[in-house]
Design a binder for this molecule. Structure first.
Ligand SMILES: C[S@@+](CC[C@H](N)C(=O)[O-])C[C@H]1O[C@@H](n2cnc3c(N)ncnc32)[C@H](O)[C@@H]1O
Ligand code: SF4
Ligand code: SF4
Length: 363
C-alpha cells in the first residue's frame, strides 16, 4: 500500500520562545535551537512529491511543537514551497513579525495566531509576553500580508481556560474588526509525559491541582477515557504526516521527543513507505488506544458550548466553507461531515466544528 496525506505538519523550528505552562515546549527547552536546514526541507518535500505521498497544492503546516517565525531563513523556506508548487500555513504566538513580501505570501494558505486569552493577566499566566505588543504584531502581520496581495485566511486559536472565558468576546471584537476568524477551543494538557502521569495518578498533587484549576478538559477525562471506543479504534493521527526539523517521520503530534517510539523513520534516508507503514503501528499506540487516551486526545479540542459567535464570525465561517467546497468539492466534504457526525463523542457538550489534536486545530 502506498501512503498519501493531505495534511502535513513539518516542524521547521524545534524551539519556542514562549512559556506556555500547558505546552511541552513552554516547559522543556532543548539546550540549543534546532532549525530545519533549507536543503533538507527541499529534499524532504521533493521526495514526498516524487513518491506521491503528497500532491502539488498540498498545504504544509510549518509547525508542530515549535515557533515557526523564529526560523532565521523562513523566506527561503517559503521560496522552496513556491518552487515546488505547494502551499503552506503557520501557527504562531505572534511574538515576532517575519519579513513579509510577495514571495512570502505567494503560496501562503493561512495564518493562525495562538492566544491564551485577551489580557495582560492571561499572557502573564501562559505565554509570558507583553499583550499589547502581541496585538500590534498581529495587526502588522495581517496588514503587511494583505498589502502584498494575500487574500487567504487569518484565524485566532483562542485557548479557553477556566480563567479567560470572559475575555472571549473582547477577543472576538478585535477579530471581527480585522476580518480574522475566531476559533475558541478548550486548552488541553499538551504534554505527553504530564497527561500520561495525570491519567495514571503519578502527577504531583500540586501540579494536578493547578492543572485542574485551569483546564476544563480535565473535568471529565476519566469518564471519557472509560467510555472511549477501543476495539478497532482507528486513531485519526493516521491522517496527518508529522516530520520534525531533523527530517524524522514522527509517530504523531503528541508523543514526546524523548519517548522511545517518537519516530518511525526518516523522510530523506531509508525506506519511506516502510516508515509510513510503521506509523500507527508503533508499540506506544496499542496502550494509547486501549487506555482511551488516543480517543481523548483526538476529541478534546472542542469549542465551548457557551460561545455564541457574532454575525461577523458566522459570515467568516460561511466564507471558509464556500472556499473549501470550491477547493475540495461538495461531496468529499459532505462525506467527511457525515463521518465526523458518526464519530462524535457521546457526551453532554455539543460538539464544535474542529475536534482533533493540537496541530490540526488549524483547519
Ligand atoms: C504547539 S503549537 C506550535 C505553534 C506555535 N508556537 C503556536 O503556539 O501557535 C501547535 C498548535 O498547538 C496549539 N496549542 C498549543 N498549546 C495548546 C494547549 N495547551 N491546548 C490546546 N491547543 C494548544 C496551538 O494553538 C497551535 O496551533
Ligand atoms: S503553544 Fe506554541 S507558543 Fe506556546 S510554548 Fe507551545 S510552541 Fe510555544
Ligand atoms: S494512538 Fe496515541 S500515540 Fe498512537 S498516533 Fe494515536 S495519539 Fe499518537
Amino acid at each position: 500500500m502506498s501512503w498519501k496525506y493531505k495534511a502535513v505538519y513539518f516542524e521547521i523550528a524545534g524551539i519556542c520562545n514562549a512559556k506556555c505552562a500547558y505546552c511541552h515546549s513552554g516547559v522543556d527547552r532543548p539546550a540549543r535551537a534546532r532549525f530545519v536546514d533549507v536543503d533538507v526541507f527541499r529534499q524532504a518535500l521533493t521526495r514526498l512529491l516524487a513518491e506521491q505521498v503528497i500532491t502539488k497544492g498540498a498545504v504544509i503546516s510549518l509547525y508542530n511543537w515549535g515557533e515557526p517565525v523564529l526560523h532565521p531563513r523562513l523566506p527561503a523556506l517559503a521560496g522552496v514551497i513556491n518552487e515546488l508548487g505547494l502551499k503552506y500555513a503557520i501557527s504562531t504566538n505572534a511574538s515576532r513579525v517575519p519579513a513579509i513580501d510577495r514571495v512570502f505570501v505567494a503560496n501562503l494558505d493561512h495564518v493562525i495566531f495562538s492566544m491564551p486569552g485577551f489580557s495582560q493577566e492571561a499572557y502573564d499566566r501562559i505565554h509570558g509576553f507583553q499583550f499589547t505588543e502581541i496585538l500590534g504584531n498581529i495587526d502588522r502581520i495581517v496588514t503587511q500580508c494583505r498589502e502584498h496581495g494575500f487574500t487567504g485566511r487569518f484565524a485566532i486559536s483562542y485557548h479557553v481556560y477556566k480563567f479567560n472565558t470572559a475575555e472571549i468576546k473582547p477577543c472576538e471584537r478585535f477579530a471581527d474588526e480585522r476580518g480574522i476568524e475566531l476559533n475558541p477551543y478548550f486548552a488541553i494538557l499538551n504534554n505527553w509525559w504530564e497527561i500520561n502521569d495525570y491519567v495514571t495518578g503519578k502527577l504531583s498533587a500540586e501540579r494536578r491541582q493547578v492543572a485542574q484549576r485551569d483546564l476544563f478538559t480535565l473535568d471529565e477525562i476519566d469518564r471519557i477515557m472509560a467510555a472511549a471506543p477501543k476495539q478497532g479504534y482507528r486513531c485519526p493521527q493516521g491522517d496527518y504526516l508529522n516530520i520534525d526539523e531533523l527530517g524524522n517521520v514522527v509517530t504523531c503530534c503528541q508523543v514526546a521527543r524523548d519517548h522511545p517510539d517518537y519516530a518511525c523513520g526518516h523522510v530523506v534516508r531509508g525506506d519511506l513507505q516502510a516508515a509510513l507503514h510503521r506509523k500507527l503501528r508503533q508499540p506506544v499506540c496499542g496502550g494509547c488506544i486501549n487506555s482511551g487516551l488516543a480517543y481523548y486526545l483526538n476529541t478534546a479540542l472542542q469549542r465551548p458550548p457557551f460561545y455564541s459567535p457574532s454575525l461577523r464570525q458566522r459570515a467568516l465561517q460561511m466564507r471558509k466553507i464556500v472556499r473549501r467546497v470550491a477547493d475540495e468539492g461538495f461531496w468529499p466534504l459532505a462525506a467527511k461531515a457525515v463521518q465526523k457526525g458518526l464519530a462524535a463523542r457521546p457526551r453532554s457538550r455539543p460538539a464544535p466544528g474542529k475536534t482533533a489534536t493540537t496541530s490540526p486545530a488549524s483547519s
